[in-house]
Design a binder for this molecule. Structure first.
Ligand code: SF4
Length: 387
């Protein structure tokens, strides 16, 4: 499906309809004022460096940035734009940590704390299984559950419908399980794979910066541990996504360093499907620490340009809103995530987006952006093409 590039990577979809564009030299010169050298690199398929990434983030020429990102997007995926019918299962918000940016976690017994029984989980999925091809499962770090809770969860979902792909547990959760149950990360991943785990979501890394980590999530595993778990998963044949939480206290340089670190991992493992920039939602109403629409579009575009070895860039409409996510389809994104039924992490932080979108709504958003909607499964196999 993906062809090798000069980096030895899988980056170009051979089945994606390519789009030919000719723009007059004069128009190019105007559009890329100040970014001409980067335009030349992108046109030649050359890898961008740290300084390029910082300049792209700092440019005020949003349309030029979007055009550059769109060149890469169309080179890799043509007009194809993916979505999935997925259910978000946040099985508990009880967590032993207390990351400062997190509005989701509660301590046991605290108001709003919840833990789903396996019976409740299975009944919920059973009642809606026609509308689900992917389960996205993440939760808090609950230190009072038996290991079997997770194994039974995975096996039970597959028993309900073996066609449902399970994308579950961040690298942070996997590391936590290994420590809690006295197992290696590899053993946990192998047990989970045997029980039905197909892929992992990309969260938990937040941003690869020790400075930010110390202030916002000091007790969480750091970049090296996150990367180590992900590399182990990829080695065992469990692909994953990768995310970046932005719009809080991080610097532009730290965002670019995060992208470059992910790019290096992908060079080594080729195990990432998609990169998903996640816009931070502040707890405090009048906070000035939040990602604006322009920042959302820039983050999509810069990630598409820097992550030349990632097949997909996902616009997570829950965090940036469906309308900005739709516009981002012209700024480098080729995936709108999915129906995302019952998401709680961002909604407990005050996200005002809908609790779910229907398949018809997603198709309309994509078609109105002039793109081709493709319903996919969790592993990016096409289920239905709406061209
Ligand atoms: S971000 Fe995750 S680990 Fe941190 S407090 Fe929230 S649920 Fe717990």
């Amino acid at each position: 499906m993906f062809q090798s590039t000069s980096h030895g990577l899988a980056a170009v979809r051979s089945d994606a309809p390519q789009i030919e564009r000719e723009i007059p030299i004069f128009e190019e010169a105007k559009a890329f004022a100040g970014l001409e050298d980067i335009y030349s690199k992108v046109k030649a398929g050359e890898r961008l460096n740290r300084e390029d990434g910082i300049r792209l983030y700092n440019t005020d020429n949003l349309l030029a940035l979007g055009f550059l990102a769109n060149m890469v997007r169309e080179r890799i995926n043509g007009a194809n734009t993916y979505f999935v019918r997925n259910y978000y299962l946040n099985y508990t918000n009880i967590c032993e940590l207390d990351c400062k940016f997190c509005s989701f976690y509660r301590k046991e017994g605290q108001d709003g704390a919840f833990l789903m029984s396996l019976d409740h989980i299975f009944k919920t999925i059973e009642s809606d299984k026609e509308n689900i091809t992917e389960m996205h499962i993440v939760g808090g770090l609950h230190d009072g559950l038996p290991y079997d809770y997770y194994l039974q969860m995975l096996r039970g979902i597959k028993k309900i419908d073996s066609r449902i792909h399970i994308k579950a547990f961040t690298a942070v959760e996997i590391d936590f399980f290994a420590r809690l149950y006295g197992l290696t990360v590899e053993k946990v991943l192998l047990d989970f794979k045997e029980a039905g785990l197909d892929a992992m979501p990309g969260g938990g890394a937040e941003i690869f910066s020790d400075r930010v980590r110390e202030k916002m999530f000091a007790d969480k595993i750091g970049a090296d541990e996150w990367v180590s778990v992900i590399k182990t998963a990829h080695r065992l044949g469990i692909p994953s996504n990768a995310t970046m939480l932005y719009g809080h206290m991080e610097k532009i340089e730290e965002r670019v360093d995060h992208l470059i670190r992910l790019r290096e991992v992908q060079d080594e493992t080729n195990g990432f499907f998609a990169f998903i920039p996640l816009a931070y939602h502040p707890h405090v109403e009048d906070s000035t620490q939040w990602a604006t629409g322009v920042d959302n579009l820039k983050s999509i575009a810069v990630s598409r340009l820097m992550l030349d070895n990632f097949p997909h860039i996902k616009a997570y409409w829950i965090s940036m809103g469906a309308k900005v996510a739709q516009i981002s389809l012209g700024f480098g994104a080729d995936d709108l995530d999915g129906t995302v039924r019952d998401e709680r992490v961002f909604h407990m932080a005050g996200a005002s987006t809908e609790n779910a979108l229907t398949k018809r709504q997603l198709v309309k958003l994509i078609k109105d952006a002039g793109r081709i909607p493709i319903e996919r499964d969790a592993l990016y196999n096409a289920i239905e093409n709406f061209a």
